[in-house]
Design a protein around this ligand. Structure first.
Ligand code: HEM
Length: 374
């Protein structure tokens, strides 16, 4: 196993070293300041004026990522967020619960009926793809294209954020195809609304303002990434963590009332999105380190969630831990819009797994592979 694969599979010993000795450090490869401590990460999220999200502005002409909600600052962000929140309501999520359960049951049945079980490919990947595709109102025959597109958007975003701004023809072609696909759906739903998220996005109005086509398209695209990759990571982390902690699994089997706490503890213990980026807009400092306009910072959510200054016994996985104020969904104005959906999907996955699996094993750590490269 290479050193970088090793680090990706288990970054926690490195995080503890950084938290203790170098909580803010400049990294040449990233071209950015790395921030590890809980309080520092939270303060950066909180101060959106000094730490901007407009990371994609001007990076690409073909890949218009600067038009997506996560890469915007107020006042554009405030407007778009209000419109999106209008369409992506907690009720719309809660209404989906029976259907999410059916999807989880169907996938588990298919997985357990087979000879070789590949939990990631047979459950953790397709589960959130199907949920978000159905929520958006995409027909079933297009689900497979969805996963391919979602992977491409993750690749594009990772390349842009790590300074690889050269546009790959296959990315541009795929991006155009996705835009065209959603453009057509949005036009169809404007003409004939249905009970789905695309119809609600197409119709959403706040203070007389509607989403432009490009904003609505980019919102659909961000949901693909935000809703797929992250939840796949979370459910994969969940099975790995319980496999390593069979006593906690046994306890959960006896005490299902602990499911909500167990979901939060997995999110804290193995954070599905390890890093977030911000751009400094004016001279500032983080815990004594001076930064200037144009500097970039990388926030290590996975390290913040194991900061001993915030969490007792941070490296212990304990599903009886009282509600933890982890930073897994970010903090402040960009706080994850899909958090209720991610929590619901994960608790349903956990219930279905508890129903079907007495105990389980996964291959030893050396046989595991990280899901993405960054
Ligand atoms: C375990 C699953 C998930 C994790 C760990 C996660 C994590 C995050 C984080 C850390 C942010 C903050 C980004 C920032 O501050 O720059 C965020 C924002 C966002 N998330 Fe999630 N997310 C998850 C699932 C979802 C789902 C299921 C959806 C929707 C289907 C979603 C939609 C969004 C959107 C739209 C934003 C942007 C909000 C804004 O910029 O105002 N997320 N997510």
């Amino acid at each position: 196993m290479s050193a970088s694969t090793d680090l990706r599979l288990n970054p926690y010993p490195w995080y503890q070293k950084m938290l203790q000795h170098s909580p803010i450090v400049y990294s040449e490869p990233f071209g950015a300041y790395l921030v590890f401590r809980y309080d520092d990460v939270r303060s950066v999220f909180q101060d959106y004026k000094t730490f901007s999200s407009a990371l994609y502005d001007g990076l690409s002409t073909e890949l218009t990522f600067d038009n997506q909600i996560q890469g915007m600052d107020p006042p554009r962000h405030t407007q778009l967020r209000a419109l999106a929140a209008h369409a992506f309501t907690p009720k719309a999520v809660a209404d989906l619960e029976p259907r999410i359960r059916e999807i989880a049951d169907y996938l588990i049945d298919a997985m357990l009926a087979g000879q070789d079980i590949d939990f990631v490919q047979q459950f953790a990947v397709p589960f959130p793809v199907r949920v978000i595709a159905e929520m958006l109102g995409v027909p079933e025959e297009d689900f497979d294209r969805f996963k391919v597109w979602s992977d491409i958007i993750v690749e594009i975003s990772e390349r842009l954020l790590t300074g690889q701004t050269e546009e790959l023809p296959e990315h541009v072609a795929a991006y155009k195809e996705m835009k065209q696909y959603f453009q057509t759906m949005i036009h169809q739903r404007r003409a004939e609304p249905r009970n789905d998220l695309i119809s609600r996005l197409a119709a959403a109005e706040v203070d007389g303002q509607q989403l432009t086509d490009l904003e609505a398209i980019n919102f659909c695209l961000i949901l693909l990434v935000a809703g797929n990759e992250t939840t796949t990571n979370l459910i994969t982390n969940l099975i790995r963590t319980f496999a390593e902690h069979p006593k906690q699994w046994k306890l959960l089997r006896q005490r299902r009332d602990l499911i909500p706490q167990a979901v939060e503890e997995v999110m804290r213990y193995r954070t599905p999105v390890q890093l977030m980026f911000r751009l400094v807009t004016q001279e500032t400092e983080i815990s004594g380190t001076k930064l200037k306009a144009g500097d970039r910072v990388v926030l290590y959510l996975g390290a913040a969630n194991r900061d001993p200054a915030k969490f007792e016994r941070p490296d212990t996985f304990d599903i009886t831990r009282p509600a933890s104020p982890h930073l897994t969904f970010g903090h402040g104005i960009h706080f994850c819009l899909g958090a209720p959906l991610a929590r619901l999907e994960t608790s349903i996955a956990l219930q279905v797994l508890l129903d079907r699996l007495d105990a389980f094993e996964i291959p030893p750590a050396e046989a595991l592979e990280p899901l993405t490269e960054l």
